[in-house]
Every structure is written in C-alpha cells, then in structure tokens.
Ligand binder design. Structure first.
Ligand code: UD1
Ligand code: UDP
Length: 368
C-alpha cells in the first residue's frame, strides 16, 4: 500500500486494517512517500498505522517536477526489497501517479482505489485529473466507488471484469470515526468546544486546490470576509491547509476578523466532530464533498466542475466556483431560506455504506 497525503491516508486506513486481519492470505506492507508530513502523521496516529517504509519526501513549497522524480527514484529500493505482487495506490495525487509508474516498472500488478473519477478537463482539477487518468491507464484492477465512476472506466475501454464497484473507503473511515468521536477524549475537540459559540451558525471552510492558488484564493477570502461582516450571527471556522500558497493569502486577508477563526489543520476525529457541528460547509476538497452528504451537511464547492456528480444530483452539493458574488449569494440563501436549507441537508449516502474495504479484500482473495 503506497500513499503520501492526508486524504489518501484517511481512505487507505480502513483497507489496511482489512488486509491486516487476513495475515494468512496477505503479507501487507505500508509505504508512505510522506508527500505530506504533519498532515499525514495526524492520520497515521489516529488510525494507529506504523509504516514499514517512510520515504520522508516532503519539502517546503515543493514543486511537481522534483516531487514526481523523487517518488519514483526512492520507491525503487523499496519495491526491489519487498517485491510485491500487488501495489495499491489511491486516487489522484502525485504520489498515486508516480507510485503506479514505479510499481509498473517493478513488475507488480497495480490496484487503483477510488478509480474512475473524471472531469475530463485536464486542467481542472490540476494536476489530479491527469494523475488519475495515468494511474487508471496503468492499473490492473480498478475499485470504483460508484456506478458513475465505473461507467467512466468502461468508456475508456477498461475490461469490465477488472472493475469492482465498492463504495468509497472514505465512508468506511467516517462510519468508524463518527461513533468514536463522541466518546473519544480528544484535546482538540475539547479546545473546539471552547472556541465554538453554539448560539451561532457554524460555517466550516477548507480549501487547497492548486488551480485556485493566486486569484482564486484571494476571491474566496474576500467572499468569506464579506459573509462574516454581513452575517454577524455566524461563526466561520477555517482549518487552514499548510500549503504556503494557501496559508499566505488566507492569513493576510482574514486575520483579526471577530467571527472568523483561522486554525491549524485538525486531526481527522476533530474534523469529523466539527463537520457534524457545522450548519454549512464551504470547500474545494474532494473528500469533504463525499463525507458531508452522509452527515446531512449542505456543501458549497468552490470549483467549476466536479468528478463527484453524485452529491450534486442528490442536491447536497452546489458548485459555486471561486466567484466572490456567487459564494456570498449562495451562502446568504442558505442562511436565510430555511426551505432551501432543509432540502439540501437531507441525509444521503451516494458514496457508500462503510463496507468498501471489505469488498476490495474479498475480491483480491479470489485472485490468489
Ligand atoms: C496535495 C495533492 C492534492 C490533494 C491534497 C490533499 C498533489 C499534486 N496534490 O496537495 O491532490 O488533494 O494534497 O490535501 O498530489 N505542507 C506542509 N505540511 C503538510 C502538508 C503540506 O507543510 O503536512 C506544505 C509544504 O510546504 C508542501 C506544500 O504544503 O510543500 C504542498 O504540498 P503538496 O502535497 O505538494 O500539495 P497540496 O496542495 O498539499
Ligand atoms: N480533514 C482533516 N482535517 C482538516 C481538514 C480535512 O482531517 O483539518 C480531512 C477530511 O475529513 C477529509 C480529508 O481530510 O477526509 C480531505 O482532505 P483534503 O481536503 O486535504 O484533500 P482532498 O480530499 O481534496 O484530496
């Protein structure tokens, strides 16, 4: 299992646990590229995963060229030593794409988790759309979260027998964690309880997409500032991604506003707890778009297109792009129009039932 960033770790954790249950059938090893460092370690700690190999690659403000080259080069000795039959990669990060190339060179078969998501716009999300297309081209087995993602793969002539619709493992992680967070003694959750003013509506914000760096993030921040001033009865809580291209504008534009709390990235359980407290979520995250429908939280997605159309169809998600007026207007509508709010906040589970990892392991057991 090779992964490197926070969301990959969250979504691979349930699968690792499922494989480890079957030690007689599978010899499982975990390799992290550590494309993320602190944000990855938060997840490894919570899910109690100790990697067998840690490439420790993250560099401050890293670029795609050196990251890609480093991943491929540093995986060579790991793959030569362990000689896996199968390499599991997840989703669409640079780790997923580069690890699948390295795994292919090693002769292993490649299993792609969260396969088949597409916008078919190679610049949005950037570079993820091309990362997942390359990974999909190399993969031997494709674990698609939904029928729509399966159909995308069929359109690309992937053999129907190599695809399994599983649901998204993010829901496996969520189901396990939602029950845990209510009883967990967690300092971050205790701290959040002191930060949150329960008499106000909580708007939870996250963002990091590379195509939004620069002008996009400036627009997003100006919109959030306007929302905070117009609606003094809301509290905006924003765990800010550690990417300097995000932290820079966010702290510059939004520091010191009375009803905006800029905080460090939260550990997964604290974030799940906070999502559950939120009235509304504004994000450009992929994972959050998948989690929010299961918690019945409306989401405004700060992107022009999404590879996750299921929640849009279910009515939980609205695409608002990074247009300042659009973000402010849609937020206002959800704050004042209770009918609209209730329509969007119905519970939906388009991304799974919490058993995706089980299905993947059962499928792989049949390959041996
Ligand atoms: C990466 C993925 C993106 C994924 C996102 C999840 C690529 C190209 N991008 O974007 O697909 O959706 O992660 O969050 O694969 N940093 C830290 N500590 C951390 C993590 C990041 O300081 O724990 C800072 C570093 O300065 C690092 C920078 O953020 O160089 C960028 O990290 P990188 O993984 O390249 O890009 P993300 O924007 O995090
Ligand atoms: N998340 C977290 N702490 C935070 C913000 C998000 O644990 O402070 C989790 C969130 O629950 C989701 C994942 O991180 O599972 C999403 O990660 P991100 O938005 O960075 O990446 P994406 O999903 O867009 O690839």
């Amino acid at each position: 299992m090779i992964f490197g960033t926070r969301p990959e770790a969250i979504k691979m954790a349930p699968l690792i646990k499922e494989f480890i249950k079957k030690t007689e059938e599978f010899d499982t090893k975990v390799c992290v590229t550590a494309q993320h460092r602190q944000m990855l370690d938060q997840v490894l700690d919570f899910f109690e995963i100790t990697p067998d190999y840690d490439l420790d690659l993250m560099k401050p403000d890293q670029d795609l060229y050196s990251l890609t080259a480093d991943i491929i080069t540093k995986l060579k000795p790991v793959l030569n030593e362990f000689r896996p039959d199968y390499v599991y990669v997840h989703g669409d990060t640079t780790t997923s794409m580069a690890a699948s190339i390295a795994a292919f060179y090693s002769g292993a078969k490649i299993c792609h988790i969260e396969a088949g998501l597409r916008t078919n716009n190679k610049r949005s999300p950037f570079p993820e759309e091309i990362n997942r297309q390359i990974t999909g081209r190399i993969a031997d087995f494709h674990f698609a979260p939904t029928d729509a993602s399966r159909n995308n793969l069929l359109r690309e002539n992937v053999n129907v027998n190599d695809i399994l619709v599983t649901g998204n493992t993010v829901i496996d992680a969520l189901v396990e964690s939602v029950t845990k967070v209510n009883t967990l003694q967690n300092d971050e959750i205790n701290q959040l309880k002191n930060t949150i003013d329960r008499s106000r509506k909580i708007i939870l914000v996250t963002g990091h997409r590379r195509e939004n760096h620069g002008k996009g993030f400036v627009n997003i921040c100006v919109a959030l500032k306007e929302i905070a001033h117009e609606h003094t009865d809301v509290q905006i809580i924003y765990p800010v991604h550690l990417n300097p291209n995000v932290k820079g504008p966010v702290y510059e534009i939004l520091s010191g506003i009375q009803n905006i709390n800029l905080i460090e990235p939260l550990s997964y359980p604290a974030f799940v707890w906070l999502m559950d407290q939120a009235y509304l979520i504004i994000t450009d995250s992929g994972g959050v778009q998948e989690e929010a429908p299961s918690l019945g939280k409306p989401v405004l997605v700060m992107r022009d297109s999404t590879e996750r159309p299921e929640a849009v169809a279910a009515g939980t998600v609205i695409l608002v792009g990074t247009d300042k007026e659009r973000i402010v207007d849609e937020t206002r509508l959800l704050l004042v129009d209770t009918t609209r709010y209730e329509k969007m906040s119905g519970l939906h589970n388009p991304y799974g039932d919490g058993k995706a990892s089980y299905r993947i392991v059962e499928f792989m057991a049949r390959q041996n």
